[in-house]
Write a protein that binds this ligand. Structure first.
Ligand SMILES: Cc1cc2nc3c(=O)[nH]c(=O)nc-3n(C[C@H](O)[C@H](O)[C@H](O)COP(=O)(O)OP(=O)(O)OC[C@H]3O[C@@H](n4cnc5c(N)ncnc54)[C@H](O)[C@@H]3O)c2cc1C
Length: 387
């Protein structure tokens, strides 16, 4: 058993840590959080220049063909610096590239993968609808009808991350009327500038520099060839994309925890009370110790899930547990990190309040922690607790 990274992997970490220190310093991230709803083009270009979008593109399409562990090593550094930037970059890599690499035809891969690798396209995934995200099979009502060589889409999506900045929306629609829900979904590649699409901002407390928006589709027409994967089988085919998403979201929790722990640890040593640093108070040391333990647990689970994924072994349970442990640990770290900083913990001048705000998003997205636990026990053989 070897918990270490290879020399090459250590190099990946070092390079990304250096990049984040330079391009995602705390002042710039704070500025983005107050001023933009998506990372600015000049920052995006810097990610393109370091080859960020190449890593999971297969070599035959001009990419690096790297695995999940390699990807998570660089992603961890971005998550520590800014969860919003990690989300923004992650939607194109995790949804755009992965959907096309896993489900695309040879022609679709030929057309889109090189452009994605060169950072010329941004993509998002539009699955959730206003009727509910947990009971997703019961709530997808957006309908795509095939008519004379075109799909005509009508419906509404909600909380779609990065849709306002994307070139294509990978949209999950109901296409069958006489099949059960799990056999009636299809995945469509919708150009974002198609007539009939309206985007609405959703103000929220988390991840200010990566908005998640509402989308209305009103008689949106796209070519029939924009179907990704098999008609009616989208639900099953999509799972190859949704499980890796959980690993990425777990890493966001790990990054937030690491950042909150590091800031709180430093602050506790500098802040004075009753004639010495507050770090000598045992109760604050216990807060820090809990953060440290949670971080180690979540990080190990996340890399284990990534490693299983690379080995071609089942990893859905580990990915789900990692997301749960990391999101709960991140919420704890934001909560107690702020506690350690007293009044400064909620001041905009310090990033602690941002870590705390950002952690909330991870509690229920991409899957809620309640539903995660339902699934874990169902897979252990207990009766399914929802219908
Ligand atoms: C900021 C943000 C970004 C997002 N980005 C995307 C995106 O890019 N693309 C996309 O498609 N979606 C996205 N989502 C949607 C996200 O996946 C959903 O919010 C999530 O699935 C939860 O759905 P819901 O918000 O409708 O909550 P609901 O499904 O209404 O759940 C409400 C509560 O009920 C609980 N609950 C429901 N069913 C059960 C049950 N059987 N047992 C126990 N408890 C249950 C839940 O755990 C939760 O506590 C995003 C959401 C947010 C807020």
């Amino acid at each position: 058993m070897d918990f270490g990274f290879s020399k090459e992997q250590e190099m990946i970490r070092k390079e990304m840590a250096h990049f984040c220190k330079k391009e995602l310093n705390k002042e710039y991230v704070a500025w983005m959080d107050e001023n933009v709803d998506f990372p600015p083009p000049e920052l995006w270009q810097k990610f393109v220049d370091i080859g960020m979008f190449q890593y999971n593109i297969p070599r035959e399409y001009g990419g690096e063909g790297l695995g999940m562990v390699d990807g998570m090593i660089s992603y961890e550094e971005i998550c520590k610096a800014s969860m919003s930037v990690a989300l923004a970059v992650g939607t194109t890599i995790g949804f755009g590239t992965r959907f096309i690499a896993e489900m695309g035809t040879a022609a679709q891969k030929e057309k889109f993968l090189p452009l994605l690798g060169e950072g010329k396209l941004k993509m998002c995934m539009a699955l959730t609808e206003p009727a509910g995200g947990t009971d997703i099979l019961g709530s997808v009502a957006t309908f795509a009808e095939e008519k004379e060589g075109r799909w005509v889409i009508n419906g509404e999506k909600v909380f779609i991350t990065g849709a306002h900045a994307s070139d294509y929306m990978i949209t999950i629609c109901r296409t069958e009327t006489d099949a059960k829900p799990s056999q009636s979904l299809s995945v469509l590649l919708v150009p974002s500038d198609t007539k009939g699409i309206t985007i609405t901002r959703i103000p929220k407390i988390s991840c200010h520099h990566c908005d998640s928006v509402g989308i209305t589709f009103s008689n949106v027409e796209i070519p029939a060839e924009n179907l990704l994967g098999t008609r009616g089988n989208g639900w099953y085919e999509m799972l190859t994309v949704l499980n890796p998403e959980r690993i990425g979201c777990a890493m966001m929790g790990v990054g937030l925890m690491a950042a909150a722990y590091s800031d709180a640890f430093q602050y506790a040593q500098q802040r004075q009370a009753f004639g010495g640093p507050i770090s000598r108070f045992q109760i604050l040391q216990h807060y820090l110790a809990d953060m440290y333990i949670n971080l180690e647990n979540a990080r190990n689970l996340t890399y284990k899930a990534a490693w299983l994924c690379d080995q071609g072994q089942p990893y859905h349970l580990e990915a789900t547990m990692a997301k749960l442990v990391a999101s709960e640990g991140a919420l704890h770290a934001g909560r107690f990190g702020a506690e350690i900083m007293g009044g400064y913990g909620i001041c905009l001048e310090y990033p602690m309040q941002r870590y705390l705000r950002d952690t909330y998003q991870l509690q229920f997205s991409p899957i809620s922690n309640e539903m995660s636990k339902n699934m874990l026990m169902q897979f252990q053989g207990l009766p399914k607790s929802w219908s």
